[in-house]
Design a protein around this ligand. Structure first.
Ligand code: UDP
Ligand code: MG
Length: 140
């Protein structure tokens, strides 16, 4: 299988607790290469557009508030099967269901404040990467 790219966010609950390095270590140990990374603070509008697919869900407003409440680290990860591999190392959305050793099992505080985002398919990965990074910022 060819190299694949996925989009990742280290969320505000994790940046607040100074967990960027520990989460990056988990990603790298899983064989994912961080080929682009920056720390930014999203506006609520930016978060709203990013999570637009969830706009009719009951947690949408709270999610957008949370994602714009403190800095996040946006990243592009590259590796064999990167999308699925990242989802695996992230663990289930609800940390109570996340497998031992996964990022969410170790670090997430709740189903909402769950430390990381990861793309769920090639199409969403491409859109999400382009939302935060230009082509010249991606050096694999
Ligand atoms: N979320 C939430 N409550 C829920 C489900 C999701 O607050 O019941 C938040 C959570 O931060 C999650 C994000 O919305 O990571 C996006 O939800 P999704 O179902 O796409 O989960 P993910 O792909 O992040 O595992
Ligand atoms: Mg998702």
């Amino acid at each position: 299988m060819a190299l694949e790219r996925t989009f990742s966010i280290i969320k505000p609950d994790a940046t607040r607790r100074n967990l960027t390095g520990k989460i990056n270590a988990k990603l790298e140990e899983a064989g994912l290469r961080i080929i682009a990374q920056k720390r930014i603070k999203m506006t609520k509008e930016q978060a709203g557009k990013f999570y637009e697919v969830h706009k009719d869900r009951p947690f949408y407003d709270e999610l957008c508030e949370f994602m714009s409440s403190a800095p996040v680290v946006v990243q592009v990860l590259e590796g064999e099967n990167a999308i699925a591999k990242n989802r695996e190392v992230m663990g289930a959305t609800n940390p109570a269901d996340a497998a031992p050793g996964t990022i969410r099992a170790e670090f997430a505080e709740s189903v909402g404040e769950n430390s990381v985002h990861g793309s769920d398919a090639p199409e969403t990965a491409a859109v999400e990467i382009a939302y935060f990074f230009s082509g010249t910022e991606l050096v694999g």
